[in-house]
Design a protein around this ligand. Structure first.
Ligand code: F6R
Length: 618
């Protein structure tokens, strides 16, 4: 989705902006642009805009842009929503007088009405975008208010925001005020990075992480005026407000490929460390230690886990641990469904929201809904300071480090690990619900959690075997994944991973459901991947796999069990662990499979078509 970077300081702005845009490429985009201020002969400043359809490389190759000595600028990568990908629709957009430039992430829902309003006032709109109304409205209010000072421009921006319905993170640059960038945000992320004699703006931390680790997180309705030595924050009524500066521990080298061909492969191999860091200090004492001391878990009679995509699959994978040990009925739902279905929530409901980015629009809306109904909310998030962390009652961080590849891998294993820890934490705080046998099982599961980093390390050794399988699978049109219980939940994740980066059609089925319809799809040359990690139900899944072989399918098995059956020729063995944790291990060869299949198809693994890393619009 769209990305924003901005710089004001003493360095040349263009390299900072271009590097920022390059590090946001992973978000997906179709055009890019930069606005800088160049001093003209008359000692005034000129607002110069460079923008084009296609890659950031077009900007890198632009000799005029490279010549610029400007020390201030705003930049953008656009992911088309209103209007096709084209030079005219690319940001920054300007007012008709071309002295106010705006970059914008989000969607202005009432743009049609605003375009008509501006046309009636004599403005011409040259693009098909919703964004172009913003610089023109700023211009309109700036002239209407007749205050041509710096404060006047800020007031004009605030007046403009009052007219906008929808979501936005904006950066505003004007050659009338060459020492400032104005920013504002609502329902779309924006951070201000603080430097020494220089400051930054960005839609995502990695864009400027190589320059600063100190960030202000803008809240909805806030504005800021940023100069090189100063940052002033304002609320909607233009009253100055104070904000806390947060230090981000991420290392900027974590946002680099470090010798790997792709971020996705690097992130797959980072999982032992990421999971180890996520387990972190929660196991320091005999009891699990989480910052949730003041929650009285006995008051809950229902848990909802709400998330999107892979994060939702992490929730599904841990339903078994929650129900077995926390002994509270749990439902896992997709955020976009939950938010519109009037779910049964009250003060006896615990709602857990999972998000890598912490910016997913549907998950944010679902969280707001749960809060409005009086439930207790816990967020499991990777990006420190992101919107969801500021909305939830309690926050638990996964310590995956920056996840750059669009396809989520290390976030999933960290989320699944942390959710298991949370389930056991709730169980330990409600121990009277457990009998002696269960208390022993709980202790054993805790040991298994501590063994996860090593088990993942061992599972990564399947890479060569998986590479071989990928050489067959990449030619296929359909691939199916089947399993039962936690193996089914990991089948869903494996299927999502494969389809999103290899574009091969794929589905996941609960193995026992095959007979109820989907087995009709089984025929010669169809590939079926079975996940088998639960001893108790092993014979059941094996018998389903035999049924699909009988119908001509090629079967591959990912298992931690001994399968002594000549019908199965392709077995990938993974380390054994409790079935409640097995998704964190069995997913490893499945992530690798998606990766190698996509590589065989020579696809851009890190930036799959039509997808964005952070889905900040509905
Ligand atoms: C798939 C993937 C997505 C995300 C989903 C939620 O590989 O990455 O399905 O899991 O968009 O994103 P977050 O976790 O940022 O809320």
């Amino acid at each position: 989705m769209c990305g924003i970077v901005g710089y004001i300081g003493t360095k040349k702005a263009v390299p900072v902006l271009i590097n920022g845009l390059l590090s946001l490429e992973y978000r997906g985009y179709d055009s890019a642009g930069i606005a800088v201020l160049n001093s003209s002969k008359s000692s005034d400043y000129e607002l110069d805009i460079f923008r084009d359809k296609g890659r950031v490389k077009n900007l890198q190759d632009n000799k005029d842009l490279q010549k610029s000595d400007s020390t201030i600028g705003i930049a953008h990568t656009r992911w088309a929503t209103h209007g096709i990908p084209s030079k005219e629709n690319a940001h920054p957009h300007t007012n008709n007088d071309k002295n106010i430039a705006v970059v914008h992430n989000g969607i202005i829902e009432n743009y049609d009405k605003l375009r008509t309003f501006l046309s009636n006032k004599g403005y011409t709109l040259y693009s098909e975008t919703d964004t172009e109304v913003i610089p023109n409205l700023v211009d309109y209010y700036y002239k209407k208010n007749k205050d041509f000072s710096e404060a006047g421009l800020l007031k004009a921006v605030a007046d403009t925001l009052n007219d906008l319905i929808g979501s936005y993170a904006i950066g505003v640059l004007s050659n009338n005020f060459p020492d400032q960038i104005i920013v504002a945000k609502k329902d779309s992320p924006l951070v201000v990075g603080k430097g020494d004699g220089e400051n930054y703006i960005a839609s995502d931390i990695p864009a400027v992480l190589s320059h600063t680790k100190n960030f202000y997180f803008m809240e909805d309705g806030e504005l800021a005026v940023i100069s090189k030595d100063n940052i002033d924050f304002y609320n909607t009524f233009l009253k100055k407000i104070k904000k806390d500066l947060k230090n981000i521990e991420w290392d900027s080298t974590q946002s680099e490929k470090n010798g790997y061909d792709d971020f996705m492969l690097k992130e797959i191999f980072e999982q032992p460390k990421a999971v180890l860091e996520t387990i972190g200090t929660s196991f320091e004492k005999d009891k699990i230690n989480l910052p949730l001391d003041d929650i009285k878990f006995s008051k809950f009679n229902k848990i909802y886990i709400v998330a999107c995509g892979t994060a939702m699959h992490a929730g599904l994978a841990t339903k078994y641990t929650f129900e077995k040990f926390a002994k509270i009925p749990m439902e896992v739902d997709v955020s976009s469904e939950f938010r519109y279905r009037d779910p049964l929530i009250n003060e006896h409901t615990l709602c857990i929201f999972i998000s890598q980015s912490g910016e997913t629009a549907d998950t944010i809306a679902a969280l707001k809904l749960a809060k409005s109904k009086g439930s207790t909310t816990i967020a499991i998030v990777n990006v420190i300071g992101s919107s969801i962390t500021r909305l939830a009652d309690y926050v638990l961080y996964t310590h995956a480090g920056p996840e750059i590849a669009v396809a989520s891998t290390k976030a999933y294993t960290c989320q699944t690990t942390l959710l298991n820890i949370l389930a056991l934490y709730i169980a330990e705080n409600n121990l009277n619900n457990l009998d002696d046998k269960e208390v022993k099982e709980l202790a054993s599961l805790k040991k298994d959690i501590l063994s996860l980093p090593q088990k993942i390390e061992d599972a990564l050794k399947t890479a060569d075997a998986v590479k071989d399988i990928a050489k067959n699978i990449y030619k296929k049109k359909d691939v199916f994944f089947i399993g039962r219980n936690t193996d089914y939940t990991v089948s869903l994740e494996a299927s999502l991973k494969l389809k999103e980066i290899s574009y091969i059609h794929s589905d996941a089925y609960a193995a026992g459901e095959l007979k109820h319809g989907s087995i009709a799809l089984m025929e010669d040359s169809v590939d079926v991947i079975g996940i088998v990690t639960n001893t108790k139900i092993l014979p059941k899944t094996i018998s389903n796999l035999e049924e699909v072989i009988t119908r001509g399918a090629n079967v591959y098995i990912i298992t931690d069990q001994t399968i002594d059956n000549k019908a199965f020729k392709n077995i990938i063995s993974i380390p054994k662990i409790s079935y409640m944790l097995s998704p964190i291990v069995s997913v490893i060869p499945l992530q690798l499979l998606a990766y190698y299949v996509a590589k065989n198809k020579k696809l851009d693994v890190d930036k799959p078509r039509n997808l964005a890393k952070s889905v900040t619009v509905e």
